[in-house]
Design a protein around this ligand. Structure first.
Ligand code: F6P
Length: 327
């Protein structure tokens, strides 16, 4: 008899989840598995929102951001009584394998679930924040960077038509990855992230000198982690005499047509995850490191905080530290 396998999305949705769902259904059938969708993450496990999935469910979704099966951050799943209900809901359908798209917190919850229920899982790192230890890439990051690039390119059009300073606030929770990559690739004058602490006062002389040489607009990319966008805008007004505007890109960064890279990574992550489960791996995360896919334990992924790549940080310092500001 064919085995049953389910997929769910947990935590913040990303563009790339729908391509992952499509690959999941197709690759499950290719391996003689019966695919199931769990709607709304761990909440759906508890509430028994588990339904068989077919080709028609995934037809046409590859172009869409978000996730057709919904996602959630579940408080209830942290309680063992609810996890028991969730396990029973899977067991009664004969589902013994789960693919989980989410972050390290979601994987930790799953590990607990596996230990209690024996239901195997493989995690796929999925967050625009790119802040999961043990993987260089999380699903959804490339599409989010594309959204930010488009926004900053368009802001530049208006910035260059007015004498203004624009502060663009990116998501990323406590991680400066999105802000740093976006600042480096959009020609921003200023990038403020938690991993490169600076005193904004130190830019004053250099920026004033640039202004007297003809610079008539500024673009500053600021990570949401610093909660400093308004302060930075006020600083440009007060210290440099530039009218300033803040653009909080917010949840636009989580949506949009999945990039080619995210579609390909979704395809690859899901393929490796199903292969791992079929090979008997019970509680791992499929990570992408140095252009290779590797399976890691939950401890490797969740015990340590993510550290932004040192090479990228040193490029950031070289470009954005006040001492490197070109007059
Ligand atoms: O983790 C993804 C993320 O989009 C973060 O970048 C952001 O801080 C947070 O989720 C926003 O959460 P919510 O969608 O609950 O507002």
């Amino acid at each position: 008899m064919n085995q049953n396998i389910a997929i769910l999305c947990s935590g913040g949705d990303v563009s790339g989840m729908n391509p992952a769902l499509k690959r999941f259904v197709e690759y499950a059938f290719a391996n003689n598995l019966n695919p199931f969708f769990v709607y709304h993450g761990y909440e759906g496990l508890i509430d028994d929102r588990i339904v068989p999935a077919g080709y028609s469910d995934v037809s046409g979704i590859i172009t869409r951001g978000g996730t057709k099966i919904g996602s959630a951050r579940s408080e209830r799943f942290k309680e063992s009584s609810y996890r028991r209900v969730a396990a029973e809901n899977l067991r009664k359908r004969g589902i013994s394998m789960l693919v989980v798209l989410g972050g390290d917190g979601s994987f930790r919850g799953m590990e607990q679930f596996y230990k209690e229920s024996g239901i195997a899982f493989c995690g796929i790192p999925s967050t625009i924040d790119n802040d999961i230890n043990g993987t260089d890439y999380c699903l959804g990051v490339d599409t989010a960077l594309g959204v930010i690039r488009n926004a900053i390119d368009q802001i530049r059009d208006t910035a260059s038509s007015f004498r203004r300073a624009f502060v663009v606030e990116t998501m990323g929770r406590n991680c400066g990855y999105l802000a740093l990559v976006s600042a480096l690739t959009s020609g921003a004058e200023l990038c403020l992230i938690p991993e490169i602490p600076v005193d904004i006062e130190e830019y004053k002389e250099c920026f004033a000198s640039q202004t007297s040489s003809g610079r008539d607009y500024f673009i500053a990319v600021v990570s949401e982690a610093l909660n400093a966008s308004s302060t930075v805008a006020e600083w440009f007004e007060r210290e440099l005499g530039f009218e300033a505007r803040v653009n909080v890109l917010g949840h636009t960064q989580r949506g949009g047509n999945p990039s080619v890279y995210d579609r390909l990574m979704a395809y690859r992550f899901v393929t490796y995850a199903i292969d791992a489960l079929l090979a008997g791996k019970t509680d791992s995360v499929i990570c992408y490191t140095k252009s290779h896919f590797v399976f890691r334990t939950i401890d490797e992924v969740a015990l340590h905080p993510y550290r932004l790549d040192e090479e990228l940080l040193s490029l950031g310092r070289g470009q954005f530290l006040p001492s490197r500001c070109q007059r």
